[in-house]
Design a protein around this ligand. Structure first.
Ligand code: GCU
Length: 431
């Protein structure tokens, strides 16, 4: 495979690390001058060595190859026999936010039977003066249960396994009503409704509880790992992404929702998840990755902040087993994360970082957006038309957009305001 040298950034002194990192005790690198020299896999050269010159060749050949490489080496494959036809049952509906929004709680069952594993979906959609009929919508998973995204007392407290957190009353892996609204800062529902957007969310642990359980729970339990998986059985990120697609199936059946204006959003590990969901499911009209870092938007080969080895050691269940082959061995990966962004083309993708979130490598997140451009070029679409990342709190780019929010690793109102504007622009909505 012919490799492209990253001469564009020759202003940055790339120094080859003398030795390979080998263990957990290896110091995390936060120093740009210590980023190793690297060559990225070619985006537009097929496995057979042919150069892709138009979108037809990209869509029919190279895009499929790249998708397959990510599934085989990183995220894992969804088992062939997975049942994609989820049953649903409406649990509750009502008016809220002084009558400006409708709330809907729906259960999606992953298998037949009333006691089958299920996911609880919470939806708010604008009504009245804010209403566009049908409305655009954002869909994102949440970390601690639907009841944590709002103080709305009608929202059910999750009964799924949760990580213990005594400060919010989570004990014996059971959630508590005391946690109502603890994540509300990350979910500005009122702002979304006022901007004419609906919002749908579900607890990611409903799909697969976030710990290394050897495929014993969540959707994984329904489809045990066979001996023939070649290290490519789906990890949690692939399972959460699959869950997002099943929610999308459901959302597309609701009259009040515009099926062509459903964007997927996620923060951190769920930002990695939204990118993989956007890559695998072209029905997501807009894709948003907030502080997704290693395994998300950040280029693995830069090894700045979290590395492949670190993530595979702390969170081995997020990826397929095969991904372990690339611990301290990033250059052998047949993909890097600019290719994940490229899989979303020609749809708009927004990548965001936070200035104090060096663990997620903001520069690496920016570069993968920038380096996805050759594929957007095939569609004649502008993306991140600049060589270096912008100053903090400046939103840049067109079909690929980026900002570096001042502050810590988080999803905040500033970020949402940019995503709302981005979606409004791409859906050509009046503000
Ligand atoms: C850890 C992990 C990151 C991840 C983050 C999160 O910090 O190392 O890769 O993005 O958790 O999801 O909160």
């Amino acid at each position: 495979m012919k490799n492209m040298k990253l001469t564009m950034w020759c202003s940055v002194a790339f120094i080859l690390l003398a030795s390979r990192t080998t263990g957990q005790d290896v110091k995390t690198n936060y120093d740009e001058s210590q980023v190793p020299t690297y060559s990225l896999p070619e985006l537009l050269i097929t496995n057979a060595g042919t150069t892709v010159v138009n979108r037809r060749q990209w869509e029919r050949k190279r895009r499929l190859e790249v998708l397959d490489l990510f599934a085989a080496h990183m995220f894992g494959r969804v088992p062939n026999h997975v049942d994609n036809e989820l049953r649903f049952e409406v649990l509750e509906r009502g008016l809220t936010l002084q009558g400006s929004a409708r709330r809907l709680q729906v259960r999606l069952f992953f298998a037949p039977g009333r006691n089958a594993p299920a996911l609880d979906l919470l939806i708010y959609a604008p009504v009245g003066a804010n209403r566009r009929n049908p409305c655009p919508m954002f869909l994102g998973l949440n970390f601690m249960g639907n009841h944590t995204v709002t103080t709305d007392p009608m929202v059910d407290v999750t009964k799924s396994w949760v990580r213990n957190r005594t400060e919010i009353g989570y004990q014996n892996n059971q959630a508590s009503a005391a946690a109502r609204g603890v994540s509300a800062e990350r979910w500005p529902i009122q702002l979304l409704i006022e901007s004419g957007f609906g919002i749908a969310t579900a607890y990611y642990g409903d799909i697969d509880p976030d710990f290394d359980d050897g495929f014993m729970n969540g959707v994984h339990a329904l489809y045990p790992k066979g001996d023939d998986s070649n290290g490519q059985h789906w990890g949690s990120i692939a399972t959460w992404s699959w869950g997002l697609s099943r929610i999308l199936d459901y959302l597309q059946t609701i009259d009040a929702v515009n099926p062509k204006q459903i964007g997927v959003i996620g923060h951190s590990r769920l930002g990695k998840t939204s990118l993989w969901a956007g890559a695998t499911d072209p029905r997501f009209a807009v894709v948003i990755s907030n502080d997704s870092g290693c395994g998300g938007a950040a280029l693995s080969r830069r090894q700045l902040g979290e590395t492949v080895q670190r993530i595979n050691t702390s969170f081995p269940h997020w990826f397929c087993d095969k991904f372990q082959d690339y611990n301290a061995n990033e250059n052998a990966l047949p993909v890097d994360q600019h290719m994940l962004i490229a899989l979303i083309a020609p749809r708009p993708v927004y990548i965001a970082s936070a200035s104090e979130d060096l663990w997620a490598d903001p520069t690496g997140e920016f570069l993968s957006g920038r380096l996805a451009q050759p594929v957007y070029d095939l569609y004649g679409l502008a993306g991140l038309d600049m060589e270096v990342k912008p100053e903090p709190n400046e939103s840049v780019g067109d079909h690929v957009a980026y900002h570096l929010r001042e502050g810590k690793h988080n999803l905040l109102e500033y970020d949402w305001r940019q995503y709302i504007k981005f979606a409004q622009r791409h859906y050509a909505l009046k503000k």
